[in-house]
Design a protein around this ligand. Structure first.
Ligand code: E4P
Length: 218
């Protein structure tokens, strides 16, 4: 089964999605924290953990390996549900190698834009490789092809790193990610809302209720 994560730091959206019973986790990043209007990463992350009781990703802001490792040590101590998001750079790779040797070294490798990067982060011990589909599509590239190739590479070599389809823009991305065999899809709340809605369902339900009212009222 593919897991559904919400790509937001907004607690009201997370509470609502969790109440639908289909939410497995949450991803945040510094931009999403800014949109949620908070700089308190620890408090916000722990509130999210309280709601979802599943994987919640919190991102480091250091750019050197030593800084990332120090931040990761703190972030990972907050809860067993927290994954630390490390950027896919040379320094990030060094940090991943070290962090993945810890007993609690849960890593979400972020900003993956190629199957070659995905292979390296899997080698460095990341638990999730976050492929930024929408940003590649925005640049005229085929983002989902990177998900497909990453899936094939991980399967070829039996990596247990999970393919996380990120930067999702619309419901077609979700369906394509499911067809491509993504393990996890992280999506904005607006996309989750659109997944469940269909005007055909609304019209169909209205007709059923109207017909029932006719016969039940007899
Ligand atoms: C992934 O974890 C990222 O937070 C996210 O999907 C980035 O998406 P964006 O391209 O909408 O910023």
């Amino acid at each position: 089964m593919a897991k559904i994560f919400l790509d937001t730091a907004k607690l009201d959206e997370i509470r609502e999605a969790a109440s639908w019973g289909v939410l497995d986790g949450v991803t945040t990043n510094p931009t999403l924290m800014m949109r949620a209007g908070t700089a308190d990463l620890k408090a916000n992350t722990l509130e999210i953990v309280e709601i979802v009781q599943g994987p919640v990703s919190a991102e480091v802001v250091s750019t050197d390996a030593a800084g990332m490792i120090a931040e990761a040590r703190d972030i990972l101590s907050w809860s067993e549900h927290v994954f630390v998001k490390i950027p896919t750079t040379v320094e990030g790779l060094k940090a991943m190698r070290e962090i993945s040797s810890w007993p609690n070294g849960r890593i979400n490798a972020t900003l993956v834009f190629s199957p070659a990067q995905a292979y390296l982060v899997a080698r460095a011990g990341a638990s999730f490789a976050s492929v930024f589909v929408g940003r590649m599509d925005d640049a005229g590239l085929d983002g989902m092809e990177v998900v497909r190739q990453t899936r094939a590479i991980f399967d070829n070599y039996g990596f247990d790193c999970q393919v996380l389809a990120a930067s999702i823009r619309h419901t077609a991305h979700v369906v394509d990610a499911l067809l491509a065999g993504a393990d996890i899809i992280t999506l904005p709340f607006g996309v989750l809302q659109k997944m469940i809605r269909s005007p055909f369902t609304d019209v169909g339900l209205e007709r059923f209720l109207a017909d029932w009212a006719k016969v039940a009222g007899q």
